[in-house]
Design a protein around this ligand. Structure first.
Ligand SMILES: CC(C)(COP(=O)(O)OP(=O)(O)OC[C@H]1O[C@@H](n2cnc3c(N)ncnc32)[C@H](O)[C@@H]1OP(=O)(O)O)[C@@H](O)C(=O)NCCC(=O)NCCS
Length: 170
């Protein structure tokens, strides 16, 4: 598959494509916080969300495009506005199934890590299903370590799924 991947910060005008993307990726994996229904937001609400991300110096939303098609996303977000949490950031990432295993996740993580370091983050945090080997290998490659497990993190179709908490100390 020929690829010409562009990684850039999300813009409010990406909102429609972003919501469509979430429905696709949500239908392709049970590793995210949503399924095929996607996010419960209108295009204008999503555009506002992207605007808020862009306006916060501690957060960034990244989109990866191949020939105009949204194929991956990632975000660094502040844990809350509280001063005593200001050293911490959360990481989230996803890639469309057709593109798994082609280095896109690594490309997105590189952009997120550069931003997190430059923006003064000291602790990066994430939650990942304990059986999500691909994501856990990706995070370990970037230095994340497991700090604990929540055995009942997700409940999907009546079944509990465990998730690991992973941190990276910058
Ligand atoms: C996890 C995910 C983001 C990885 O993205 P990707 O583009 O496939 O990742 P890459 O091709 O850059 O691979 C990165 C690393 O992941 C690991 N990896 C990738 N596919 C793997 C697999 N099938 N099994 C085990 N490890 C795998 C490898 O360590 C790889 O690094 P290497 O190639 O240097 O050895 C992607 O699979 C995805 O979006 N999955 C569904 C959503 C999800 O799970 N998001 C994370 C929620 S916490």
């Amino acid at each position: 598959m020929p690829m010409n991947i562009i990684y850039r910060e999300a813009e409010p005008s990406d909102a429609g494509k972003f919501l469509e993307y979430c429905k696709i990726v949500g239908s392709e994996t049970d590793n995210l916080t949503f399924g095929a229904e996607g996010l419960p937001l209108t295009i204008s609400q999503e555009a506002d969300f992207i605007r808020k991300f862009a306006g916060n110096p501690g957060s960034i939303m990244i989109v990866a495009f191949d020939e105009g098609e949204l194929i991956g996303t990632g975000a660094v977000s502040v844990v809350s506005g509280k001063t005593r949490f200001a050293h911490r950031r959360e990481i989230a990432i996803s890639v469309r199934k057709d593109y798994w295993g082609k280095g896109i996740g690594t490309g997105i993580m590189n952009v997120l890590m550069d931003f997190a370091k430059k923006s003064g983050a000291e602790v990066l945090e994430l939650e990942v299903r304990s059986d999500n080997e691909a994501a856990i290998s990706l995070y370990k490659k970037f230095g994340f370590e497991k700090i604990g497990t929540n055995e009942k993190f997700f409940k999907i179709n009546g079944e509990f799924c465990a998730a690991d908490y992973m941190n990276l100390y910058l």
